[in-house]
Design a protein around this ligand. Structure first.
Ligand code: PLP
Length: 366
């Protein structure tokens, strides 16, 4: 059955004058590594309509390892190779909450390195299983503060020192991470918006994405593009930025994984002073947005992506109609689905009331 264009429009269906097409790189790329980057920039239609702004999101879940951290993983490995610190057959060791490890495990297989990952034992089982399936050796260790020598980052560093031809990639303080975003993600957003981007906002774990993209966009726009931090509960950065670098308040915790920070990493570094502002986003808003983006846009996203979109909408409301606000979709929900779509888990986190009634149907797991 064919439906006329006017009937389709009346039904609220999108009308395409010609078949959908998508631009692809014009030549084959080289392996896994060649497929990293050049991700689509997605305009979020309902939120753009509601705010009168262009809310656009870089779909980093479409990287071959499934997250924004593929770029950082490649960046730190290429940097170590270039400096002669990592030779064929060597070992890459990292402390990671998951996605960097997944990116590293993929790149290590593609480049013939052994991969060893230390991670806090609070992270989702899906991520631990995936790392092991990708051939990495995984050590889940107790989640203790950075100041504690048993923190997963210090354990990774110490372990690498015991091995021959091995590096600790040090994603938090190795600025090859932010450099990867400075040279790829930032310029891609600039090109995809043809320089029309009023603001960029995202949350930070290592700070690589925010500082790398932020620095690139500030430079390319001669300072016109505003760069904002989005911060979950339990992170000190929001209070640090809004108090002009004085306060470091840390209260509460968050269901989001991979973001929130207790210190100024080298990757965030002095760029923290160039930030135009910071937004604190509670979990109730992030989880409601996660379900809403699934319902209205068909996007199946992790919680940090949803938090970023909440922040983009709040920034749009602050800056007023007609602006273009960019953010990052860091990864998909696949790695967290046993939590994010479980009624029992939402209840345990006190978040069941955060899901609007018409979206409760998506919480299909008990
Ligand atoms: C799901 C997710 N979102 C966001 C981030 C933050 O990115 P960055 O480390 O570049 O600040 C991470 C980092 O691991 C992550 O895993």
């Amino acid at each position: 059955m064919t439906i006329s264009r006017s009937v389709s429009a009346a039904l609220g269906l999108r009308v395409h004058a010609k078949p959908l097409t998508r631009a692809f790189p014009s030549r084959p790329v080289d392996g896994f590594v060649g497929a990293i980057g050049n991700t689509p920039l997605i305009r979020l239609e309902k939120l753009s309509r509601q705010t009168g702004c262009n809310i656009i999101a870089k779909s980093e879940l479409q990287n071959p390892g499934g997250s924004v951290k593929d770029r950082a993983a490649l960046g730190v490995i290429q940097n170590a190779e270039a400096q002669g610190l990592l030779k064929p057959g060597g070992t890459v060791v990292e402390g990671t909450a998951g996605n960097t490890g997944i990116g590293l495990a993929h790149v290590c297989r593609a480049r013939g390195y052994h991969c060893v990952i230390f991670m806090p034992n609070t992270q989702s089982q899906e991520k631990i299983d995936l790392l092991r399936m990708l051939g990495a050796e995984v050590f889940p260790v107790p989640a203790v503060a950075y100041e504690d020598p048993k923190n997963y980052n210090h354990q990774a560093r110490d372990y690498a020192e015991t091995l021959h031809n091995a590096i600790w990639t040090d994603q938090f303080d190795n600025t090859a991470n932010a450099e990867a975003h400075y040279h790829s993600t930032g310029p891609e957003i600039w090109e995809q918006t043809q320089g029309d981007v009023d603001a960029f906002v995202c949350a930070t774990g290592t700070g690589g994405t925010l500082a790398g993209v932020g620095r690139a966009l500030k430079e390319k726009s001669d300072g016109r593009t505003q760069i904002w931090l989005a911060d979950p509960p339990g992170s000190v950065l929001h209070s640090y930025v809004t108090s002009g670098g004085k306060l470091k308040e840390r209260s509460g915790g968050s269901i989001t994984e991979g973001i929130g920070q207790g210190r100024i990493t080298n990757n965030l570094g002095t760029f923290v002073k160039q930030l135009d502002g910071a937004l604190h986003i509670p979990d109730e808003k992030s989880i409601a947005m996660l379900y809403d983006l699934l319902d209205t846009e068909g996007l199946y996203l992790g919680a940090s992506s949803a938090l970023n979109v909440v922040a983009a909408v709040e920034l749009a409301q602050k800056l007023g109609p007609g602006k273009t606000i960019a953010t990052i979709l860091c990864d998909g929900a696949y790695r967290y689905q046993s939590r994010l779509f479980s009624k029992a888990w939402l209840r345990a986190k006190g978040l069941e009331d955060a899901i609007p009634e018409h979206l409760e149907k998506y919480a299909v797991l008990d």
